[in-house]
Design a protein around this ligand. Structure first.
Ligand SMILES: Nc1ncnc2c1ncn2[C@@H]1O[C@H](COP(=O)(O)OP(=O)(O)OP(=O)(O)O)[C@@H](O)[C@H]1O
Ligand SMILES: [Mg+2]
Length: 322
């Protein structure tokens, strides 16, 4: 039996009423409520099988920096890395955090998603990596989102993987470049490309933490073992401070048994490392991308926006961001 039974009869009633209210009104949609009676025990459980909690509203920061650097990594494509990077950044900025986004994918989806035109970029992360005379501050741009800056990328970056091979300390190039701005930001989020090559290793070497966005489909689970192996190698050889901040389940569909099974597998494998916050599947995310805006401003009241705010609060309350 879960914690509800242990809580005793009187407090039990109270928990149920509040939680069911929330269950009906917001996060879990109607599909789960169709048909059979509502299972109250299920109702107070979040999709990760743990009781739903509210995370505290983050306290404002009195001063800024040094930044905590987080790499958003999964070598599988299309799992929600870029979407989560933009929206987590926007949510952190709503709580007064200064955020630098690093587009570390030659596809430049993050840059495009924030309205940067890939063909009109004078300086990108590529120039910062390859030419020590380029000051990272000259490449960083303000975005339309208050408190969020961007170090953009375009297709030039695809050459870096090959060119970096001959560099001294080739795994530390990004880390070195970020040093001069880390006091200006509270959080740096690096949006990695879907590969475990030298660029991603640079991101892991520069990072304090890794967030692994993971689409709620079985085939996606297979990629994780190799990813964890890579993270461990980087911890061993290059960056002992690196830790896994959390696994973020994305594109969750509460109506399917499949989604729920994937999450229970994840929790089995990663335990508390799985964020309690789960991102549901919604077309609104693609709409926001077309509008080149985070969902928090494109559709601020949408449950997708709330989910990323909740993720920001959860990350802060776990110590993953100041
Ligand atoms: N929660 C969601 N619900 C529905 N669609 C989503 C969700 N999150 C992301 N998407 C869509 O899925 C697609 C892939 O997402 P995204 O680009 O964030 O993944 P990615 O891991 O960065 O991909 P890549 O590996 O190619 O860089 C995009 O079209 C995006 O709009
Ligand atoms: Mg991406």
């Amino acid at each position: 039996m879960g914690s509800i039974a242990e809580a005793g009869a009187s407090s039990r009633d109270k928990i149920d009423v509040e939680s069911v209210d929330r269950y009906v009104s917001s996060e879990w949609g109607t599909a789960t409520l169709e048909g059979a009676e509502l299972d109250l025990e299920d109702a107070v459980m979040g999709p990760t099988g743990r009781p739903q909690r509210d995370f505290p509203e983050p306290a404002p920061l009195a001063s800024h920096g040094p930044a905590r650097v987080i790499a958003m990594v999964n070598q599988k494509g299309g799992v929600g890395k870029t979407t989560s990077t933009i929206n987590l950044a926007a949510a952190l900025a709503e709580y007064g955090r200064r955020v630098l986004l690093v587009d570390f994918d030659p596809q430049g989806a993050l840059s495009a998603g924030l309205g940067a035109n890939p063909h009109e970029l004078d300086l990108t992360v590529y120039n910062v990596l390859m030419d020590r005379k380029v000051d990272i501050r000259d490449a960083i741009q303000q975005t339309g989102v208050d408190g969020v800056d961007l170090l953009p990328a375009n297709i030039d970056l695809s050459a870096a993987e090959v060119q970096l091979v001959n560099e001294v300390a080739r795994e530390q190039v990004l880390d070195r470049a970020l040093k001069s701005v880390e006091d200006h930001y509270d959080v740096v989020l690096i949006d990695c490309q879907p590969s475990l090559g030298l660029l991603t290793v640079n991101a892991l070497t520069a990072a304090h933490g890794v967030i692994i966005p993971l689409i709620c489909e079985f085939f996606a689970l297979r990629a994780v073992a190799l990813l964890v192996e890579t993270i461990e190698k980087v911890q061993d050889r290059l960056n002992p401070r690196l830790q896994v901040d959390g696994v973020l389940a994305t594109m969750y569909d509460a109506r399917t048994l499949h989604s729920r099974e994937v999450i229970s597998r994840l929790v089995e494998a990663f335990g508390d490392k799985v964020f309690e916050t789960v991102i549901k599947r919604s077309i609104k995310f693609a709409d926001a991308t077309v509008a080149a805006e985070p969902i928090t401003s494109y559709a601020g009241n949408h449950i997708g926006a709330d989910a990323y705010r909740r993720l920001a609060k959860e990350l802060i309350s776990r110590g993953g961001a100041p």
